[in-house]
Design a binder for this molecule. Structure first.
Ligand SMILES: Nc1ncnc2c1ncn2[C@@H]1O[C@H](COP(=O)(O)OP(=O)(O)OP(=O)(O)O)[C@@H](O)[C@H]1O
Length: 401
């Protein structure tokens, strides 16, 4: 595919002057290649466009962070990869695992891929672990589903996996029931379940949300250790940009069911090229800023049933112009190589010295308990118009220079 292939990232009939996201940019053979994925759910009230035009790759040993607010399409994308969406879902585009097309496979055809090829760690271990069987029994069962081995060998493998995820006394713990495990240990058991069949890809959907900060860090460390030991490609889905810092190689920011910014984690943290990512960064708790004020993104995410005509972030975007209301931008490479943004204003954003000030006009209080803060606050009215924002930025930039 050419760098300038206008059909690659759903740019419609637009003629692109800049390179779009292209798999040519991703070096090497990728385990997972998702191209122009879309998922619609027909409902009585209308069609929910849950995922639109999502493309990304994941290679062996890579860690990809998928970040976005609730309802941005993160989980639906991963359920599509796992073949776990309801039959009513209309899936478009392509999901290739080791070159094999997964879109169109039925539940049974997906069975050998699931667990063995791609495994998933869910948010809430209590809904995934069966309370009436011991943890070891469940792990052994998962192993036997893909390997023709004796019960004894499967049990030994279960104990080995518990050890690998850092559970002390794995022999004894294997004979216990899920309720005898702490929250962090249950999440480790889920990771053990995911890795027992040595998958090539692990999808972790909000793996640390329900855990306290120290245990969160331990679980993330465990995932990185598993990556080092098994070379699995890992996709971490989270609403918290803070979780991906220092953990992932690349980040994909989702908004309104589509990818709005994509790049290496350093790039995205250092030089955002889409105002939504700027807003996300300003609204996450930052340990270095404890005691300082956080700023929320005003307004609410779009209804996926009635998406606006242009960029779906327009109603909340302090930089929106007429073009943003009229045409949805394509995911294009920005001024920084390998860094993509779906934004008409990314070039302008690149010129701002203090982009965080775009969202600095509403403060929601001193951060005492960062975990209690949500990113979007629908009760706060929508942003100032562009003229006011630009005048304010100009004034602020000149007062600090
Ligand atoms: N079976 C379904 N039928 C109709 N709509 C659905 C279905 N499953 C998901 N959706 C909708 O798809 C959209 C995307 O959901 P998704 O769960 O992927 O969001 P998310 O970004 O993972 O959010 P969260 O962080 O809350 O899990 C939501 O608006 C959701 O209501």
């Amino acid at each position: 595919m050419s760098e300038f292939d206008v059909t690659a990232a759903g740019g419609g009939n637009q003629i692109m002057a800049e390179p779009e996201f292209s798999f040519d940019d991703a070096a090497g053979d990728k385990l997972l290649k998702v191209e122009n994925l879309s998922v619609d759910f027909p409902t009585d009230d209308g069609v929910v466009h849950a995922v639109r035009d999502v493309s990304f790759t994941l290679g062996a040993g890579e860690v990809l962070g998928v970040v976005g607010e609730s309802g941005s399409g993160k989980s639906v994308s991963s359920m599509a990869i796992m073949g776990l969406l309801p039959k009513t879902a209309n899936i478009g585009g392509s999901i290739k695992f080791k070159g094999r097309e997964l879109v169109g496979l039925d539940y049974k055809q997906m069975q050998p891929v699931r667990g063995n090829g791609v495994a998933m760690i869910f948010q809430d271990p209590m809904t995934s672990l069966n309370p009436v069987y011991t943890v070891g029994w469940q792990l052994a069962e998962a192993y036997q589903a893909h390997h023709n081995v004796s019960k004894k060998a499967a049990w030994a493998k279960a104990v080995e996996s518990l050890e690998l995820v850092g559970i002390p006394q794995p022999d004894r713990r294997a004979s216990q029931y899920p309720h005898e495990f702490s929250g962090g240990m249950r999440q480790r058991a889920m990771i053990a379940m995911a890795i027992i069949n040595d998958p090539d890809v692990i999808i972790a959907d909000e793996p640390t949300t329900a855990l306290d900060v120290t245990v969160q860090a331990q679980i993330l460390d465990t995932l990185l250790r598993i990556r080092d030991e098994t070379s699995a490609g890992i996709m971490i889905i989270t609403h918290d940009l803070g979780v991906v810092a220092g953990m992932v190689d690349r980040v994909q920011v989702m908004y309104g069911g589509t990818v709005v910014e994509q790049g290496t984690v350093d790039e995205v943290f250092e030089a955002q090229r889409m105002p939504y990512t700027v807003g996300l960064l300003g609204s996450i708790p930052n340990p270095q800023l404890l005691g300082k004020r956080l700023t929320p993104i005003k307004g609410a995410p779009p209804s996926l049933m009635n998406l606006p005509q242009g960029c779906s972030f327009t109603p909340r975007c302090p930089l929106a112009i007429e073009e943003c209301r009229e045409t949805e931008p394509a995911l294009l490479e920005t001024d920084r190589p390998g860094h993509f943004a779906r934004c008409h204003r990314s070039a302008y954003l690149a010129t701002l010295e203090h982009p965080q000030r775009l969202f600095a006009h509403e403060e929601i209080g001193v951060v005492e308990n960062p975990a209690s803060l949500t990113m979007a606050n629908p009760d706060i009215p929508v942003a100032e118009d562009l003229g006011t924002v630009e005048a304010r930025l100009h004034e602020e930039e000149s007062s600090t220079s």
